[in-house]
Design a protein around this ligand. Structure first.
Ligand SMILES: [Zn+2]
Length: 555
């Protein structure tokens, strides 16, 4: 039913594009189409029209795998077709991303500890621990010795290895969440991520992991909050070989232990939990690992649901005979977080329309595509990519970065847009990640060309560069830049109040006073950056000795 009505709307849109005749009273899709199809709309009006369509209630929050997302994808494909781009998916405009959703079976979760004295203690699920499902088996049940591995970080470039001298084969790795504070914020975000830790533990033959919270983590995410949504669905993609993408193959399951139960795990070992915690909390040091005396049993179960959701890809072929075989990928996530059922049950607006996050980013990207189509073609080819399942863990971008629809080694750069909060008349921009590669000078020049100032990262402690779709390209060795409106001229306050009041809430919708004239200026800056990268005579490259370049690029 929903699917049919979505298709009808899109069909209506396509028909309108062809004839340019519309009754604007009927639906927002028609209004959007009219503004664009007239060919006379200002840039601001075109961006607004796209946002109005994508953030309309009829899209139901564009959650990956839903018909609301599907109709948004059809819309973007139709827009790209109208502009004259070439389809660049696997199947026309689309690249289907096979997604797997795993819902925990709460009754299956169990954990017990057997100490050196042979006494076994059963723990209570959620009160004492939380089990996380593996995404490649519906159930697991392991019993294994345990090893404390500090933060579980292996950073060869920095000469740091928490696994040094420890044997993890067939054992459960026990580590503190996060990473030592002597790494800079982006390195800390990388080494502290769950996926980096799973990879390191799995590579050493571990069969499971138990994570512990530092004091800072306990404060940031109190236990009650940590367990508040135990049935939360986790997602990954399934590759062409039928294997789910998981960061630690061989790890059968993982758990997080309540801070009050952690001391038990260390009883009879060479060091105590209190000492380990104190070292993990302290500045400039990291706790050393050692074998623990306890054996743990961890069990859990999940149910799987597999669903396809498309990335949308269009191509602007390059003009240079040699450089056209290289591709600059412009990306923006099209999905959002869907319907909040508990709000709906309370009779409230439960639709997470995602106007700013990321209808506006997609609309901005479409405007950049339109500008690129208007002028002489760039030297390199440009792929315009609207990705799915960002909100599920950057999955659509990760799938495209693993299985691009063009030769993988021919992708030279990524320019990403995600939630450009446009509630102030910006006078500067932030280019996350630009300083790591030759995209930095190009971005600087393009920003200056647009008459704007480039501001430094306002949240160096957050490692923002590792937190949106572009990072999936970075992990494949591709230099990337993520542009964001700067904080001058009142931006900081507007951004702060947006995050507090509207981020990932139903009120991130069309009632926000989005400044479309400024969005048009923002699209202009993006256009210059994208064009200059596509025109650059030298292939974009990581800076010599750059952390991400050394970590992920082949040469
Ligand atoms: Zn979001």
């Amino acid at each position: 039913m929903m699917m049919r009505s979505s298709v009808l709307l899109v069909g209506g849109y396509l028909a309108l594009s062809a004839c340019g005749n519309v009754d604007a009273q009927i639906d927002p899709a028609a209004t959007a189409a009219a503004a664009i199809a007239s060919g006379e709309a200002t840039v601001a009006a075109r961006i607004e029209a796209d946002v109005v369509y994508l953030a309309d209630d009829a899209r139901e929050g564009r959650e990956a795998g839903t018909s609301g997302y599907e109709s948004a994808a059809q819309y973007v494909a139709a827009r790209l077709a109208t502009m004259g781009l070439e389809p660049a998916g696997d199947d026309g405009w689309f690249q289907q991303v096979p997604l797997r959703a795993a819902t925990p079976v709460l009754e299956a979760a169990a954990i017990s500890m057997t100490g050196a004295d042979g006494v076994t203690t059963m723990l209570a699920h959620l009160d004492d621990f939380r089990v996380f499902p593996s995404l490649d088996a519906t159930s697991f049940d392991i019993t294994a010795p345990t090893v404390f591995v500090g933060f579980g970080v292996h950073a060869p470039d920095a000469g740091h290895d928490d696994y040094e001298g420890l044997d993890l084969n067939g054992k459960v790795a026990v580590y503190f969440q996060g990473a030592p504070d002597f790494f800079d914020s982006e390195q800390r975000a990388h080494y502290g991520s769950g996926s980096s830790k799973s990879k390191e533990a799995a590579a050493r033959g571990a069969v499971g992991t138990i994570s512990l919270m530092t004091t800072e983590r306990q404060t940031r995410t109190p236990w009650a909050q940590f367990i508040s949504n135990p049935s939360r669905v986790s997602m990954t993609w399934v590759g062409p070989d039928g294997q789910a993408d998981i960061s630690g193959p061989g790890l059968k399951g993982s758990a997080t232990l309540h801070p009050d139960k952690a001391a038990m795990l260390f009883e009879g070992a060479a060091g105590s939990y209190a000492e380990a915690l104190a070292e993990a909390d302290a500045e400039g040091v990291a706790p050393k690992g050692f074998d623990l005396a306890a054996t743990v049993s961890i069990a859990g179960g999940v149910s799987f649901e597999d669903v396809d959701s498309p990335n949308v890809a269009g191509m602007i072929p390059g003009a240079d005979p040699a450089l056209k075989a290289e591709y600059v990928v412009l990306s923006a996530h099209l999905d959002h977080t869907g319907i909040n059922q508990s709000l709906v049950e309370e009779g409230k607006d439960g639709l997470n329309n995602g106007a700013m996050d990321n209808a506006l980013g997609v609309a901005t990207m479409l405007e950049v595509a339109s500008r690129l189509m208007e002028g002489a073609p760039p030297s390199r080819s440009v792929i315009v990519l609207a990705v799915t399942a960002e909100e599920k863990g950057l999955l659509g971008a990760d799938y495209f970065a693993h299985f691009p629809t063009v030769a993988k080694e021919a992708i030279v750069a990524n320019v990403n847009l995600d939630m450009p909060v446009m509630l102030h008349s910006f006078s500067d921009v932030i280019a996350f990640g630009a300083e790591h590669s030759s995209l930095g000078p190009i971005t600087n020049a393009a920003v200056a060309e647009a008459g704007l100032a480039l501001a430094p990262d306002p949240f160096p402690h957050l490692g923002v560069f590792t937190r949106s779709d572009h990072y999936r390209f970075v992990e494949q060795g591709v230099p990337a830049v993520y542009l964001f409106p700067g904080f001058a001229n009142g931006g900081e306050e507007k951004f702060g109040s947006f995050m507090a009041e509207h981020y990932h809430k139903p009120s991130d919708d069309l009632s926000l006073p989005i400044l479309y004239e400024d969005a048009a200026r923002f699209a202009d800056v993006n256009y210059h950056i994208a064009l200059d990268i596509a025109q650059s005579p030298v292939r974009p490259h990581w800076n010599e000795g750059d952390f991400f370049g050394d970590l992920f690029a082949d040469d």
